[in-house]
Design a protein around this ligand. Structure first.
Ligand SMILES: Nc1ncnc2c1ncn2[C@@H]1O[C@H](COP(=O)(O)OP(=O)(O)O)[C@@H](O)[C@H]1O
Ligand SMILES: [Mg+2]
Length: 359
């Protein structure tokens, strides 16, 4: 999959800009606060229908404007596509794909695939389980539209069940409706667990290989799915949820289920989060992100777009060189404050004050 052009109107710091990347590596150079991440954010938005930096669409509309427009032309399996997004302060968002309006966000996700790696992604390795669940969810959603659908259902049921747990305190007769929610939680929840288990298995193999290549093979990275409820089928999950019900009623919240899952990351069997050095954590995060490329490629038969935001300076020359070789077949957008290694084949752009120029 390739982006052939991206045009922005009144999007963040861009009043009007046209970005035409090469199919290979694109180096986007600029000082801080010039608009490098803003550009990648627009691409990310086209893939996921949301920003990676804010939950508020309005923040992306240029300060003095009422609306922003993103137009992205791409090529996927030899077919050209056009995606148009309009963010309006008054009217909210409209999305058109190949000139047809999309009403649901689920119809957008998966049309265009990307993998973004930015310094904040170290949190996948460093922070609590929520970050790793988010990683699994994002990756699975963009590869399997059905996963995104089940996840939305599960989260809706979870919210409603939690609300019900609070209401039962004042209206005890509502207790009899709880089994229906338990059932729905179990059926959607078990589907999520199956996807996640298969995902972690594939990811572990790929990440191990990538990690070995980046780090010179000294240590072994392991990824393993650690479900909150270790059960064999939907019924097993239902029973666990039912058994936890009295505790849930006391705590007014759902205490077991895949919303508490973990994806364990270890290096030579030691938890990276607790025992890894900064360098080890960085290498592990990069290995995971690169594995996403392969997973998406395997499922969709297309390479996703890779975006590396401000991470080159954190990698030593050996890792940069490895990365360069690794990403050759992938359309890549790399941002940096200055040109580091010479990447002779890269197309170069400079960004200053919301203007993007090609050399
Ligand atoms: N809604 C907006 N309208 C106009 N400018 C914005 C908006 N949001 C952010 N900016 C500007 O964008 C710049 C930051 O851009 P960014 O892409 O994050 O920089 P960097 O090149 O460091 O990645 C800041 O100067 C900020 O003021
Ligand atoms: Mg930035």
């Amino acid at each position: 999959m390739l982006i052939t052009s991206l045009s922005l109107q009144n999007f963040r710091s861009y009043e009007s800009c046209l970005f035409t990347p090469d199919p290979g590596i694109n180096l986007i150079i600029g000082e801080n606060a010039q608009g490098k991440t803003n550009l990648l954010e627009a691409v990310f938005y086209c893939c996921f229908g949301r920003s990676h930096r804010t939950a508020k669409d309005k923040e992306m509309i240029a300060y003095e404007s009422d609306e922003s427009r993103i137009t992205l032309h791409s090529v996927k399996t030899d077919t050209a596509h056009k995606l148009q997004i309009r963010l309006s302060k008054e009217e909210g968002r409209t999305i058109r794909a190949d000139d047809l309006p999309l009403s649901r966000i689920g119809d957008l996700i998966g049309l265009l695939n990307c993998v973004l790696f930015a310094p904040e992604h170290l949190s996948i390795v460093k922070e609590g389980p929520a970050e790793r669940r988010r990683f699994m969810d994002m990756e699975l959603s963009q590869t399997y539209p059905a996963y995104f659908f089940v996840l939305q259902q599960y989260m809706r049921v979870l919210r409603q069940r939690n609300m019900l747990l609070k209401s039962i305190k004042d209206s005890p007769e509502l207790l009899q409706t709880l089994p229906i929610w338990n059932q729905q939680l179990a059926s959607n929840g078990f589907k999520l667990m199956q996807y996640r288990e298969a995902f972690c298995k594939h990811l572990s193999n790929l990440a191990q290989e990538n990690h070995r290549d980046i780090s010179g093979g000294k240590e072994t990275l392991n990824v393993s799915y650690t479900p909150d409820c270790d059960v064999q089928d939907e019924n097993g999950l239902y029973e666990k949820i039912e058994r936890a019900q009295s505790e849930d009623l006391r705590k007014y919240t759902t205490t077991c289920g895949p919303h508490r899952d973990e994806m364990a990351l270890t290096l030579d069997r030691k938890e990276i989060r607790a025992f890894g050095s900064q360098g080890q954590q960085r290498t592990a995060a990069l290995a995971l992100k690169l594995s996403e490329l392969d997973l998406i490629r395997r499922e969709t038969n297309e390479w996703p777009i890779l975006m590396l935001d401000d991470v080159m300076s954190e990698l030593d020359e050996k890792r940069q060189q490895y990365l360069l070789e690794r990403i050759l077949p992938v359309q890549t957008l790399v941002t940096a404050t200055q040109e580091g290694l010479s990447w002779p084949k890269a197309k170069k752009f400079t960004v200053t004050k919301g203007q993007i120029l090609t050399e």
